[in-house]
Design a protein around this ligand. Structure first.
Ligand SMILES: Cc1cc2nc3c(=O)[nH]c(=O)nc-3n(C[C@H](O)[C@H](O)[C@H](O)COP(=O)(O)O)c2cc1C
Length: 184
């Protein structure tokens, strides 16, 4: 697929078919994540792919916590989840963080996630990034050290329908400028 087509076609898919995803495709999606840029090339991630049916059901439950759980009611249909764990920074990374007084790791994780959903689209696989989940329960289910954080989860599956929803976006004119804020 042409890159611009991938960008156009990606959307948050919330209805998946029963078709399983081949392991090699899941690996390709994770490898795309590893190609993302990261501050000082820290690559502060570890990807856990959950493709075991019982585990999928348990992780889906973690994404339906509390009052907002209804937004993720579709997640039991996912055929895989990629859980992005943020790795603890090394000593030199900690020093860099203190010196720059900024923590760039959320951007790094987001960029890895973006690469993965775009690769999934390229393979015809639907995806939805999830930020709403019970982090402690996910850690418990996947044997993740308490001191690490689970920063994003990506639900994957083949789309149930080929009709992609219309992408709702702010008017382009209101979100861009040239040379000075608000200047066209
Ligand atoms: C950090 C992040 C967290 C998100 N969390 C959820 C979520 O928990 N559940 C959900 O259904 N969609 C979630 N989304 C998807 C957004 O709702 C979606 O990207 C947005 O509405 C734009 O739609 P599009 O992805 O189809 O273009 C999340 C997206 C991002 C980037």
């Amino acid at each position: 697929m042409e890159f611009s087509e991938v960008l156009e076609k990606r959307y948050s898919c919330r209805a998946f078919s029963d078709k399983p995803i081949a392991r090699e495709d899941l690996v390709s999606v994770m490898k795309a994540g590893t190609l993302a840029p990261s501050a000082c090339n820290t690559q502060p991630w570890h990807f856990i792919c959950v493709d075991d049916e019982e585990k999928i059901a348990r992780i889906a439950k973690c994404t339906q916590k509390g009052g907002l759980g209804f937004i993720n009611r579709f997640t039991p249909q996912a055929k895989a989840f990629i859980v992005i764990v943020k790795e603890k920074p090394s000593f030199s990374e900690k020093v860099a963080k203190v010196m720059s007084s900024r923590d760039y790791s959320p951007y790094d994780i987001g960029l890895a996630g973006a690469n993965m959903v775009l690769k999934a689209t390229d393979l015809g696989i639907g995806s939805c990034i999830l930020g709403w989940y019970d982090e402690d329960k996910v850690k418990e289910e996947l044997n993740i050290e308490k001191s690490k954080s689970v920063d994003l989860i990506i639900a994957l599956g083949y789309p149930e329908s080929l009709d992609a929803p219309t992408r709702k976006r702010k008017d382009f004119d209101t979100v861009h400028s040239f040379n000075s804020y608000g200047e066209k």
